[in-house]
Ligand binder design. Structure first.
Ligand code: SF4
Ligand code: SF3
Length: 550
């Protein structure tokens, strides 16, 4: 069965239905099947852990961390290294056995009783029963909700991993990994139970984003507006991609005074707003566009790249020797920078390589864009914003945020942003903003019309901004002159979407296409309950958002 697979967890899934021969993302059937088996194992661990927790006992944080990392490893565009998966599988088995000994007697599902095979070949054979579509008789809506919960949890795990690395965690989130995964194996749960569980996943997503916000803003202080050069600077360089601020910080420390320029890439751009990061003079700018442009943009580049989280694409031969991964990111044959026992990393190899490559020969003319409008910075203008809205000078807010991706339909987001009238403010977050963040939107009432709130996890920041404004207007978020236009690609966006739904936010536009894992009934439920709207054309959606409230 090594040549068959099934995965429909991201937006670019083949034919909008599922990748069955190989992943559009570059995931081979081997990796896909090992990932299925790893999730199967994590579910087994979780069923035992839940029973143990019911006896008022705590689960060791090293096990929480293992489950978190395991989930994150299977998120789209994170890890493509079979050996890493085999190691994680082996570790999962010993953890499962430990919990099996500790758990009370009782009936447990197959995910618990299964014992991992010795060789990779046997594991791949076993993985068939871990496949999403294995149980043909499973109700389509149950499968859909189980998948929604699982993908939401994958998104949560990415944020949880980042926060934990900075020394922050939430017990609520930690316990929910087990409860959520157990729910996806539990045949006694009805559709209503699973809908509740999906909403609970959303609440947990809010909690993990809150924890990460606390971790980031305590460690690096609250972001404040900062101009970022998006053009090249002469000299050797390292491009840091992904979401992990701590990796960036450690690299900045280790490169200080070495004549190496550091650029952010993709989701790392909000780093320029954090006082404890922007103080480094050699953090010179932001490089390139969103993740899907990397193969073209990294081609033959005279410097190095460090991937701290998603999104990693198949590295081309022309830069295979200069791209490095760390944390849970990996690609077979690509250099990996491990975390040492004291939680630090040794970046000397990437530093030496970047010096050897020599870097850019010349400076390009500076082009600057503004970042750093997290909740703290934006809300410092709250009074003014409220006044201007009341005076009719600011008409409407649009939160245009989420993931970017390769499909052509994503021009919608550029068109939408361009068409937003001049008396409206655009808030943005995550990598979808690369569709329009280099355009000049000017100002309205003395405020920039484009406010970059941050990374995808800063959806929490956007929520803080929206609730504070709602309070100031003595209303609720749904009654604000605010429209949310979400773009999704991978599972962090699923966690973000569930978070917004769990907060009761209605009328969001979702695109560029709808998740393949939502069954028609589940989708209908979301439409009926939350008035979720699939995007149509930028013109029409803009018109209806402005008409609806004004
Ligand atoms: Fe396909 Fe997306 Fe799964 Fe990759 S992650 S195999 S592209 S559905
Ligand atoms: Fe982008 Fe991968 Fe999702 Fe954090 S970097 S948003 S797609």
């Amino acid at each position: 069965m090594e040549n068959a697979m099934f995965c429909y967890q991201c937006e670019q899934t083949m034919g909008g239905k599922g990748c069955t021969k190989s992943g559009v993302c570059g995931k081979t059937p081997e990796i896909a099947n090992l990932q299925d088996l790893l999730i199967y194992q994590l579910k087994g661990i979780s069923c035992y852990a839940k029973k143990i927790m019911e006896q008022e006992k705590k689960i060791d944080k090293s096990i929480v961390s293992f489950v978190e990392n395991g989930l994150f490893t299977t998120l789209t565009n994170v890890n493509f290294d079979a050996e890493v998966h085999v190691k994680l599988l082996q570790e999962s088995q010993s953890i499962k056995e430990r919990l099996r000994d500790e758990a009370p007697e009782g009936e447990y599902p197959d995910q618990c009783t299964y014992n991992l095979s010795e060789t990779k070949e046997e594991m791949l054979k076993d993985s068939v029963k871990a496949g999403i579509m294995y149980d043909q008789s499973l109700d389509a809506d149950i499968r859909s909700l189980r998948s929604t919960i699982l993908y939401g949890l994958k998104g949560v795990s990415a944020y949880g991993h980042q926060a934990r690395y900075l020394g922050y965690h939430s017990d609520q989130v930690d316990e929910f990994y087990f409860k959520g995964l157990e729910a996806t194996t539990n045949d006694n749960l009805s559709l209503e139970d699973l809908i509740r569980m999906a909403m609970r996943t959303g609440e947990i997503s809010v909690e993990v984003m809150r924890t990460l916000d606390e971790a980031n803003t305590t460690t690096y202080k609250n972001p404040s507006p900062h101009k970022v050069n998006v053009n090249r600077v002469k000299g050797p360089f390292i491009i840091v991609s992904g979401h992990d601020l701590k990796d960036l910080e450690m690299l900045l420390e280790q490169t200080e005074g070495k004549g190496i320029n550091i650029y952010t890439h993709g989701e790392m751009i909000p780093a320029h707003g954090y006082p404890s990061l922007k103080k480094y003079k050699h953090l010179v700018g932001n490089f390139g566009g969103a993740w899907q442009d990397q193969q073209k943009e990294f081609d033959n580049i005279p410097g190095c790249i460090l991937m701290t989280t998603n999104c990693l694409m198949r590295p081309r031969e022309t830069y295979k020797d200069r791209i490095f991964t760390t944390n849970v990111v990996g690609w077979d044959g690509i250099k990996f920078i491990p975390t040492k026992d004291d939680e630090t990393k040794d970046f000397s190899e990437i530093i030496e390589k970047s010096l050897e490559l020599g870097g850019f020969k010349e400076d390009e003319e500076k082009k600057e864009i503004l970042v750093g409008f997290g909740h703290h910075a934006t809300l410092s203008h709250a009074e003014k914003i409220v006044e201007e809205v009341k005076a009719g000078n600011i008409r409407h807010f649009f939160l245009i945020g989420g993931c970017d991706g390769a499909r052509p339909g994503r021009n919608y987001y550029t068109d939408f942003a361009k068409m937003v009238p001049n008396d409206c403010i655009i808030l943005t977050l995550a990598c979808g903003k690369y569709r329009f963040n280099k355009l000049d939107f000017g100002t309205v009432s003395g405020l920039p019309r484009l406010l970059d709130v941050g990374q995808c996890n800063d959806a929490y920041s956007a929520v803080r901004i929206a609730t504070a404004l709602a309070d100031a207007f003595d209303t609720d978020v749904n009654s604000l002159p605010l429209t949310i236009v979400l773009s999704w690609y991978e599972q962090k966006a699923v966690a973000d979407l569930l978070a917004l739904l769990s907060l009761g936010i209605k009328g969001m536009y979702l695109g560029p296409s709808l998740p393949a894992f939502l069954s028609p009934n589940v989708l209908q439920y979301l439409v009926d309950t939350f008035n979720i709207k699939p995007i149509s054309t930028a013109e029409e959606d803009l018109k209806s958002s402005l008409n609806q409230i004004c």
